[in-house]
Design a protein around this ligand. Structure first.
Ligand code: PGA
Length: 235
């Protein structure tokens, strides 16, 4: 079985999140290992509505301090108080638009893991980096910022495949995952335009341990289809 995580990004306020979670709660997910990552304001309602199900709820980021003068940030302790036990860190959109670095990503991951949360740490090269032969160097640098932990999974998300409809080929994903695991031995999810029609083939790769799904996780039917694909493939 593979882990399927839905990253809602800045979509679905509380009302839409509630509608989605109510729908998800009623579905038979074949025992799939599933996480949803709503925006902060929709975490509480998602936790409430998914309580008692197998679906976990994670935040899209987390700060490294417990509290402090950090406008716009949320701590692991605050998330845990809400019943949120996981967080994404270092997503490429955070790195691209909000100045997130390997260093801040590492601090966020370390604090969340120390607080007992599970963490999805994102890595991945840009198109220019791939075309200029820097993929391994970039992955080496990004992956090395993390430390191995039982509650850490990484997500390989080539930036050129995120939200573009372009997916890494199963071979490209497998090769990158193997390289990542040679640096840090943790499960690695694939992210970047995962859809119901390409999920099974990507997830069938031996070192693709799951998927981090953006756009296709916003629609209940397509998310469920991906979850079922993940449930049916042995790890
Ligand atoms: P996408 O996003 O599935 O819409 O490409 C993936 C992600 O950014 O996590």
């Amino acid at each position: 079985m593979k882990l399927i995580a839905g990253n809602w990004k800045m979509y679905k306020g509380p009302a839409e999140a509630a509608e989605f979670c109510l729908g998800l709660r009623d579905e038979d997910l074949d025992g799939a290992d599933v996480v949803v990552c709503p925006p902060y304001v929709s975490l509480a309602v998602s936790v409430q509505l998914l309580a008692g199900t197998e679906v976990a709820v994670a935040a899209q980021n987390v700060h490294w301090d417990e509290e402090g003068p950090y406008t716009g940030e949320i701590s692991a302790r605050m998330l845990l108080e809400l019943g949120v036990y996981g967080a994404i860190v270092g997503h490429s959109e955070r790195r691209q638009y909000f100045g997130e670095t390997d260093e801040t990503t590492a601090k966020r991951a370390r604090a969340a893991l120390a607080a007992g949360m599970f963490v999805i740490g994102c890595v991945g090269e840009t198109e220019e980096e791939r075309e200029t032969g820097q993929t391994e160097q970039v992955l080496q640098r990004q992956v090395s910022a993390f430390e191995s932990d039982d509650n850490l999974v990484l997500a390989y998300e080539p930036v050129w495949a995120i939200g573009t409809g372009r997916t890494a080929t199963p071979d490209t994903a497998q090769e990158a995952h193997l390289f990542i695991k040679s640096i840090l031995d943790v499960p690695v999810l694939y992210g970047g335009s995962v859809k119901p029609d390409n999920a099974a083939v990507l997830l069938s790769q031996p070192d693709v341990d799951g998927a981090l799904v953006g756009g296709a996780s916003l629609d209940l039917e397509s998310f469920i289809a991906i979850c079922r694909a993940g449930a049916n493939i042995p790890s």
